[in-house]
Design a protein around this ligand. Structure first.
Ligand SMILES: [Zn+2]
Length: 76
């Protein structure tokens, strides 16, 4: 896959996804992603993006100010 920013080569790896909402900050660790060698741009596959959304929504329900979650490899 090519980077949509600089057309560099994107490699599979892991990243930390952080999202800041009004109520809390959610950190998801060890998220599988594609990362650009050249500019560091990160892209997620559709499945991963979907899982992230579920994780973020679930974390919001806990109403903690800072939630740190490890990406579950087993989510279908
Ligand atoms: Zn790039």
């Amino acid at each position: 896959m090519k980077c949509f920013k600089c057309k560099g080569e994107m490699r599979e790896g892991f990243t930390t996804f952080v999202t800041d909402t009004d109520d809390c900050c959610i950190v998801v660790r060890r998220v599988p992603c594609l990362q650009c060698d050249d500019c560091g741009e990160v892209a997620y596959t559709g499945d991963v993006a979907e899982n992230l959304e579920k994780i973020v929504n679930a974390a919001k329900e806990t109403l903690t100010e800072v939630a740190v979650v490890k990406y579950p490899g087993a989510v279908a």
